[in-house]
Design a protein around this ligand. Structure first.
Ligand code: NAG
Ligand code: NAG
Length: 525
């Protein structure tokens, strides 16, 4: 550029001197007093242009422009702002319009605290493109001060020293800064922990692996209760809120982490033994649990309830078994014989049912039958007593295997004993005019039911008379019918040789009516 050319275009000239953090622009007296703009942009990048508005006067001719990038080439010019606000770039430097900034020194960068958990640096230089973070963590600017540039160390970097490198534009010399990432960088919400699923409860906390002096102690609160508990004191079936206090070299630091959980035991009840009598069921069981196995024998609030259905609550048995909760036994009594029951062992915690009930169905043993019903003694011929009865109301056993036992006493002395599957007995070859009594019981082969006794005071003679009278009366009726048939036939044969069919049917009916009592009589003899 020839000086003449410069003279024509430039109404004044300015010099640009690199200083720490930027440039100093000195304007010559050739400038007229007024408003100017200094335009600065990175070389070849008009998009990075910054405008600095200045007022030129003789006493204000030097202007420092800071916060530029170190060791970087900037283009610059100075423009006049006319009354209409229009910019006229007719002021020239006596140098070429590109100047390089100074290099950066280690002392130009200061470590700063901007956000917790972040490493921040501040400089009067524009270090936004100088920062080369460890492990290529992306950098952010601090909200409070855009001149501060920050990055968040990774979780595993906590309790290590990190080296941050700053490049210095076109200068080869890098600046390395070392930062101790102390435990202060730990954000407790980032601590991962495993929720305990077993008792005794254990919370595994992943503290940063390099923090050898950090540890964490948990204390827990039960919902709605004030007492602080250690993890080893926790019970199943309870909601807990636990707080982990982080300590550095066993000194409490101001960081805590929280966790909520509840452990329900996975109780598995195996019914081992089930012995039955005719009115009771005995159960024994053992309990297994993956989650609570280690503490099972140390849970005073764990209990079991035995019950057998169908029987109402009064037969329910509450048993609290404290010694060795890994099992237990119970006997349920006052049950009905020969009845199917579903018996259950229900685990309870703190008096409330918890999961794990086990049931078994069994039938109680055969008992003694109830007393027989409706004993009837029948005197048939003069030397036979027939006894019949109905099955007991309460069988207490299978109807197909019941036996009936009848005993005949003559004058209080046992004469005969009969044993039948049906309640139907015949005592034969008895002598006349004696007082007989019959006792009938039911049994399944063991004990016999309560005795039902029947006796007869009617002598055989009287019975015989009754029978004879009955026999005579029926015989007379029969003779009467025969006579009627005879007279009917006689009349018919006289009137008509053909027998009317209707009348034949009528006759058959009469005959059947007559034959009934006689047949029944024969049956009973
Ligand atoms: C500096 O000079 C170059 C070449 O003469 C020109 O292209 C550029 O626009 C100038 N820069 C400024 C900021 O005026
Ligand atoms: C059950 O059996 C016992 C012994 O055999 C007997 O004494 C008892 O009466 C029976 N109970 C019932 C209800 O059958």
């Amino acid at each position: 550029m020839s000086p003449g050319f410069v003279f024509i275009l430039c109404a004044g000239s300015y010099t640009v001197k690199p200083i720490q953090f930027g440039f100093q622009i000195d304007m010559t007296k050739n400038f007229t007093t007024g408003n100017y703009t200094i335009n600065i942009n990175e070389k070849g990048r008009p998009d990075t242009r910054h405008k600095y508005s200045i007022q030129f006067s003789e006493s204000n001719s030097a202007h420092a422009i800071k916060h530029l990038k170190p060791c970087t080439d900037y283009e610059h010019n100075v423009a006049f702002i006319d009354g209409a606000g229009k910019e006229t770039p007719r002021y020239c430097t006596n140098q070429i319009n590109t100047t390089r900034t100074l290099g950066m020194n280690q002392g130009d960068i200061k470590g700063k605290k901007c956000m917790p958990g972040y490493v921040c640096y501040n400089s009067e230089w524009d270090i936004s493109s100088s920062l080369s973070t460890p492990n290529n963590i992306s950098a952010v600017t601090c909200k409070r001060d855009e001149k501060e540039i920050c990055f968040k160390p990774r979780y595993n970097d906590i309790c290590t020293d990190l080296t941050t490198t700053f490049t210095s534009g076109n200068c080869a010399k890098n600046i390395n800064l070392h930062t101790s990432i102390t435990a202060d960088f730990l954000n407790p919400s980032e601590i991962s922990k495993t929720i305990p699923t077993k008792l005794p409860a254990e919370i595994k906390t992943n503290l940063p692996p390099n923090c050898k002096h950090l540890n964490i102690t948990y204390t827990c609160l039960e919902d709605g209760k004030p007492n602080e508990l250690n993890l080893t004191d926790l019970e199943p079936y309870t909601n807990y809120n636990c707080t982990g206090q982080i300590m550095h070299n066993n000194v409490i630091i101001n960081k805590t982490t929280a966790i909520q959980f509840r452990i329900d035991c996975d109780l598995t009840i195996s019914i081992l033994e089930l012995s039955v009598t005719n009115n009771s069921i005995h159960l024994s069981w053992n309990t297994h649990s993956e989650k609570c196995g280690d503490v099972l024998s140390n849970l005073p609030k764990l209990s079991y309830e035995c019950s057998c259905q169908p029987r109402s609550e009064e037969y329910r048995m509450n048993q609290t078994i404290n010694a060795g909760n890994t099992g237990g036994s119970c006997t349920i009594s006052r049950l009905e014989p020969y009845t199917k029951y579903e018996c259950a062992v229900q685990p309870k915690y703190n008096k409330s049912n918890v999961a794990g009930v086990n049931k078994k169905t069994t039938r109680t043993k055969i008992g003694v039958p109830g007393r027989i019903q409706d004993l009837m003694l029948d005197l048939t011929q003069h030397n036979v007593i027939k006894a019949t009865c109905k099955a007991p109301h309460t069988l207490n056993g299978p109807v197909e295997s019941i036996r009936y036992i009848a005993r005949l006493y003559i004058g209080g002395v046992l004469k005969y004993t009969l044993n039948e599957t049906k309640c139907k007995f015949e005592f034969k070859d008895l002598s006349y005019s004696t007082n007989y009594s019959v006792e009938v019981t039911a049994s399944y082969g063991g004990d016999e039911s309560d005795i039902i006794e029947g006796s007869t005071s009617i002598s055989f003679d009287n019975a015989l008379i009754v029978r004879l009278v009955f026999f005579i009366l029926t015989s007379l009726a029969f003779a009467l019918v025969l006579y009627k048939i005879y007279t009917l036939r006689l009349r018919k044969s006289r009137n008509d040789e053909n027998v009317d069919e209707n009348e034949a049917i009528e006759l058959t009916e009469i005959y059947e009516n007559v034959s009934g009592p006689e047949c029944r009589y024969r049956d009973t003899t």
